[in-house]
Design a protein around this ligand. Structure first.
Ligand code: APR
Length: 311
């Protein structure tokens, strides 16, 4: 199985590294517009594959999409990362142009690929990718919810003082600081609702911390995060290539599900060899549904901006 990662920056390279280290793909191609960057990172990773005993073949190319031909999955991380104080929304103009041109070139050589979008603002970039590609909706997936859910679980585990793998939790809605919805009601500690162990005040703080999880990191590092985003992209690829049918929160096209239409937004989906295969209805209560509708409204406003941009 072959995977192309567009953008050999922090997120793309980390995603490639996880794919290589865990031997998720047989072949990984990193592609970037910056001369030598993808080649250099791929060379470094190839040498680490030797140390780690990975059989994954990894190559890097500058702008040469012919090398990406016949990829099963194309992961789009190309774009400009968020700088401190910058919202994901401010990135839209720059990243929309990049995503549009990348989709066209990648699909020319890999017409059967499943597209994963990581570039921000992710919900709008996923919508753009869907519209521009003309692909069936099941083949376009935005990654954000896996990352947001990971941050949610990480904060929950810290509050519970337990191993992260004993915690379950999911974040749906948009992938923005104000649009994501940590579903605290469904979060569990080994299957038991976390509300049995944590106060409402603690749970509120965990949800708040989750929502600004990306901004917290941007403030600390000076650019947006990459370890968790890259790893989240890799597990999404893994569920597709190995047809694992994992249940993830991902940004997908809604057609009436969760009360929304003509929008890509984070909901729980089964992911397998056909891309996202089925949306799972978590039966939101009135309060959660109201938050979801509000999130959709914000993302829709951003999507409408696309129409005003000369891409
Ligand atoms: N084609 C290919 N690569 C491109 C293009 C393009 N048209 N335009 C930009 N790039 C490359 C840049 O050269 C850079 O190497 O995309 C890479 C982006 O890497 P970083 O700047 O390190 O950004 P990163 O932290 O990886 O974030 C990438 O993911 O999480 C989101 O908000 C983040 O949108 C951003 C994306």
């Amino acid at each position: 199985m072959k995977v192309t990662i567009v953008g050999a920056g922090n997120v793309g390279a980390t995603c490639a590294d996880v794919l290589m280290y865990r031997q998720i793909a047989h072949e990984v191609v990193l592609i970037d517009i910056k001369e030598g960057l993808a080649e250099g990172k791929a060379l470094d990773m190839r040498q680490s594959a030797n140390i780690l005993g990975s059989a994954t073949r990894i190559t890097g190319v500058t702008n040469d999409y012919s090398q990406t031909a016949n990829s099963d999955v194309v992961v789009i991380t190309s774009g400009v990362p968020r700088k401190p104080g910058m919202t994901r929304e401010e990135l839209i103009g720059i990243n929309a142009g990049i995503v549009k041109s990348v989709i066209k070139q990648a699909l020319e050589y890999s017409p059967n690929a499943i597209i994963i979008v990581i570039s921000n603002p992710m919900d709008t970039m996923t919508y753009l990718a869907l519209k521009e590609s003309g692909l069936p909706k099941h083949r376009v997936i935005g990654m954000g919810g896996i990352l947001d859910s990971a941050r949610f679980k990480s904060y929950l585990a810290a509050a519970l003082n337990c191993p992260q793998k004993d915690v379950e939790g999911v974040v749906i809605g948009g992938h923005g600081d104000t649009t994501m919805i940590p579903l605290t009601r469904f979060a569990t500690y080994l299957g038991v609702p976390v509300s049995q162990f944590l106060s409402q005040e603690q749970l509120k703080k965990i949800a708040d911390d989750t929502m600004v999880g990306g901004a917290t990191l941007t403030k600390l590092i000076g650019t947006s995060a990459w370890y968790a985003p890259g790893a989240a992209g890799a597990v999404l690829v893994e569920s597709i290539l190995a047809d694992q049918k994992r249940l993830f929160a991902c940004c997908v096209a809604l057609d009436g599900e969760y009360g929304q239409k003509d929008i890509c937004l984070g909901v729980p989906v089964i992911v397998g060899k056909n891309g996202w295969e089925k949306i799972i209805d978590f039966q939101l209560n009135a309060e959660e549904q109201a938050l979801f509708n509000k999130s959709a409204e914000a993302v829709r406003n951003m999507n409408n901006l696309l129409a005003t941009l000369a891409l």
